[in-house]
Design a binder for this molecule. Structure first.
Ligand code: PMV
Length: 347
């Protein structure tokens, strides 16, 4: 516990992430591996001058009264408790800030003074790089430090619970803590649902090219809903998710041994299974194939899929050719550090 700062302005930032193994399988109890990336979302929180809870991001701005924030929290809590996913996806479709408002509503007691909350981000929104998770984490950290009445700050468990609550809403009612734990902890983590992210030693030479299809995947909630309905049609399909967990285990061993050839093979296997569950997209497949042909050790979609981004495992020598191949196949290559530090309070 730290002493609460007296300043009324707090800024926190949090990184996005790539999932190395385990998207969708992590929602079904399987092991996942993810890495924080050098693209961040920043959240500035200050006391509201308007007596309203104001949310801003780029051109978007929405204001809530304390009563409407409370009503929203109650409505979403009921929807979560009854697995009424339609109400949750309806609310997020109607207002971009629904999940952030839910985080703040959960975090702040009824009597707390309204805040103005502004986001800026290097992360493309809705492309599978964890922009939502990073926003919820940065918000939870900044909000934890705001307010003048309490003597102590909330603990790490509370902050991660608030951030996860935001992802649960943004992901359509069900979310693992993979995105938020990666953003909080940073580095490379292994994660199982309901646990905290465990840092893995980042081997020198772990290098990827991210390829953006430019195709908005829609919300993670819409892709998750499709995968969930597909599994409900035939419960035997659960075997594929279990297989994904086995690949994540093997990928973990390859990563720790810095065995890039094996790691690449496992990534290709993971992509093939993600194709089977309907999470891929022809353009994701095309970028993965182009990257492999240009010398990548392996390639897979990352995040929920259905559009968005893929990752290709490269070495320094193959990186330029792989980036070029992704561009020639119609994607946008993104070179950024991976395994960077986690969320931090800036001011
Ligand atoms: O929000 P995205 O696109 O990074 O997807 C997160 C990974 C999923 O397993 C699909 C969802 C989750 O809650 O872990």
């Amino acid at each position: 516990m730290m002493a609460r700062s007296s300043s009324s302005l707090h800024t926190a930032c949090a990184p996005g992430k790539i999932i190395l193994f385990g998207e969708h399988a992590v929602n079904r109890g399987q092991l996942a591996l993810a890495a924080a990336v050098g693209l961040r979302t920043t959240c500035v929180v200050r006391e509201s001058r308007e007596g309203l809870w104001v949310f801003r991001s780029g051109q978007r701005q929405v204001a809530y009264s304390s009563e409407s924030l409370q009503t929203l929290v109650e409505r979403l809590d009921t929807a979560l408790a009854t697995r009424d996913f339609a109400t949750i996806t309806g609310a997020t479709a109607a207002d971009f800030f629904t999940s952030s408002a839910y985080v703040v509503g959960r975090a702040k007691a009824r009597e707390a003074a309204p805040l103005e909350i502004a986001f800026t981000s290097d992360l493309p929104i809705g492309f599978g790089l964890g922009s939502g998770g990073a926003a919820h984490v940065a918000l939870a950290v900044a909000v934890a430090h705001s307010g003048a009445s309490a003597a102590v700050l909330p603990g790490a468990a509370e902050i991660s619970a608030w951030a996860l609550a935001g992802d649960r809403i943004a992901h359509g009612g069900v979310a693992s803590g993979l995105d938020t734990q990666t953003s909080l902890v940073g580095g490379v983590i292994e994660y199982r649902d309901g646990e905290v992210g465990r840092p893995l030693p980042v081997p020198a030479g772990l290098r990827v090219v991210i390829g953006n299809t430019g195709i908005a995947k829609g919300t993670t909630g819409s892709v998750n809903g499709r995968v969930r309905r597909w599994l409900e049609e035939d419960s035997a399909r659960m075997a594929i998710f279990v297989e994904m967990g086995g690949i994540a285990q093997a990928g973990r061993e390859a990563l720790l041994a810095a065995n890039w050839a094996q790691l690449g093979v496992r990534m290709n296997e993971a992509h093939a299974l993600l194709q089977q569950i309907g999470a891929s997209h022809p353009q994701l497949d095309a970028l993965c194939e182009a990257a492999r042909r240009a010398g990548a050790r392996g390639a897979k979609l990352t995040g929920a899929g259905g559009g968005g981004v893929m990752i290709a495992l490269v070495e320094e020598s193959t990186q330029p050719a792989v980036a070029r191949a992704i561009r020639e196949a119609g994607g946008t290559p993104l070179l950024t550090d991976i395994g960077v530090g986690g969320a931090a309070l800036v001011t």
